[in-house]
Design a protein around this ligand. Structure first.
Ligand code: 48F
Length: 274
């Protein structure tokens, strides 16, 4: 039977539309497929929570494949070594305490782990706003990434979720938007958005774990977004804190949503939603 161009189109549209419909209501929505968002996503899915990732770019990975100044290697400290080993990533202790991994291998391993755990990553989708109902973040407002680029006024669509993780990196776009639009108080010492500080790798890696928490009802932060919200420093191409803060945020979300995990119906959702 010759291949039909129309059948190729039909199966893509059918499959994608089904996946989109299946993910319009989830337990957790992660914004950003960088290292912290992907780590959080597979951790959540493996705990039995239905998890979706929205990523603005064509290719997932955020700052990970760029390594440091486009040298595509990343450094992790000892504390994060078990996470990378668990992902099957090869590490080289280049100097005592400085473990180096191939940034591309790391990204590949994260993507395989997340997608196989049942996470659906919607690339080319930008989160342009949040759904705020009765003082709780309850969903996300989505548009194709191409729409803002063309400056066409095309209205977005909305999805519903029990928890949102802002893993958008340095700009912390979701928390920033919430503060700008709704003027809410955050769980920071001042109640405001503190903004990222200058480089200090050691301190940044320590603080990022403290900062990977729920900053507003229904809204958690991880990765560089966590340090941006709380005023922590940046750290450059050392990535241990990205993975570890993703896991910490996922554990916080899982604890908050534990009623959904213990519900036997939900236990299989991450696997069947694919
Ligand atoms: O920036 P990014 O890699 O965030 P991260 O996980 O990791 C930071 C490191 O890469 C590096 C660093 C390490 O020391 O400092 O910078 O904290 O990934 C963030 C992802 O979020 C996407 C963006 O395209 C990127 O892939 N993103 C940002 N805003 C939105 C978004 C949005 N509004 N909607 C959808 N995706």
């Amino acid at each position: 039977m010759p291949l039909s161009e129309i059948e190729i189109s039909r199966v893509i549209i059918e499959r994608y539309t089904k996946r989109f419909l299946d993910n319009l209501e989830t337990d957790v929505a992660v914004v950003g497929a960088g290292p912290s968002g992907l780590t959080a996503a597979y951790t959540l899915a493996e705990k039995g929570l239905k998890t979706v990732v929205f990523e603005r770019a064509l290719k997932p990975g955020g700052g990970l494949p760029g390594g440091g100044m486009m040298f595509s290697e990343i450094v992790v400290q000892k504390q994060a070594v078990p996470v990378l080993k668990d992902l099957g990533i090869r590490l080289h202790e280049q100097r005592p305490g400085y473990f180096v991994a191939d940034a591309i291998e790391t990204l590949g391993a994260l993507l395989v782990r997340a997608t196989r755990a049942g996470v659906k990553i919607f690339n080319l989708v930008t989160v342009e706003d949040i759904l705020l109902v009765e003082n709780r973040v309850s969903g996300l407002v989505l548009n194709w990434s191409t729409v803002p680029m063309t400056k066409l006024s095309v209205d977005p669509l909305t999805m519903k979720t029990a928890a949102v993780l802002d893993a958008t990196g340095h700009p912390a776009e979701i928390v920033n938007g919430l503060v700008r639009k709704a003027g809410v108080k955050l769980a920071t010492p001042s109640g405001g958005f503190e903004g990222e500080g200058p480089m200090w790798a050691d301190e940044a890696e320590r603080l990022i774990l403290e900062h990977a928490v729920e900053v507003f009802p229904g809204l958690w932060v991880s990765g560089m977004a966590a340090n941006a919200v709380f005023g922590g420093p940046r750290m450059g191409p050392i990535f241990g804190g990205m993975f570890l803060s993703g896991i910490k945020a996922a554990e916080g979300i899982a604890a908050a949503l534990k009623s959904k995990i213990s519900n036997p119906k939900n236990d299989t959702r991450a696997k069947t939603s694919h």
